[in-house]
Design a protein around this ligand. Structure first.
Ligand code: S3P
Length: 177
């Protein structure tokens, strides 16, 4: 039986906020992959990206490796975790993978206030830029996901409630610690 869940999806779909609610409800450890990377490297995400995206992806692979060794977690993944298959293979050992989506317009609205900490978005990023990156990434998310939820018209709490309901029906998942 799996004892963890991993939330994947594009920036701004609500992974962190939803993960917080679910972890609290299931009494499991909340893990933010980006925070693990920042803590381990002693650098901000922006600083790491300044050394190149590959440097960031290497740290991300290392962080996922360590996280995957533990159980009973709710893992909020950075938007690009799916780009390296090894990450998904490792997460799948103990996690159900839940893909949160939203329309490019909703994503732009949600990330508007927080673009500075997201090196892949520029101050003048448009809906079409987000749509293009989403189009490229969609097959990666699709391949990884056990469950997909379009959050465009949903509040955080309803997304969390929906996931909790699905988990309670899933025979491969143990909500007990
Ligand atoms: C990234 C998403 C970010 C962060 C980094 C790269 C991506 O995380 O990991 O900026 O490639 O989509 P969030 O999805 O939590 O914003």
């Amino acid at each position: 039986m799996k004892t963890s869940i991993a939330l994947i999806g594009f920036m701004g779909v609500g992974k962190s906020a939803v993960a917080r609610v679910i972890a609290d409800k299931l009494n499991k450890q909340l893990v933010e992959v980006d925070s693990v990377i920042v803590k381990k490297s002693g650098k901000s995400i922006i600083q790491i990206f300044n050394e190149g995206e590959i440097a960031f992806r290497e740290l991300e692979i290392q962080a996922i490796k360590e996280i995957s060794e533990k159980r009973n977690q709710v893992i909020s993944c950075g938007g690009g975790v799916v780009l390296n298959k090894i990450n998904i293979d490792r997460l799948k050992q103990d996690s159900l993978i839940i893909w949160l989506t939203a329309s490019p317009r909703v994503i732009l609205k949600r990330v508007r206030l927080d673009k500075e900490s997201r090196p892949l978005l520029k101050a003048d990023s448009k809906t079409s830029d987000i749509a293009e990156l989403l189009r490229f990434r969609r097959p990666f998310y699709e391949r990884a996901a056990d469950l997909k939820i379009d959050t465009s018209k949903m509040e955080i709490q309803s997304v969390a409630d929906y996931i909790l309901h699905k988990l309670s029906e899933n025979e491969d998942f143990s909500s007990k610690k």
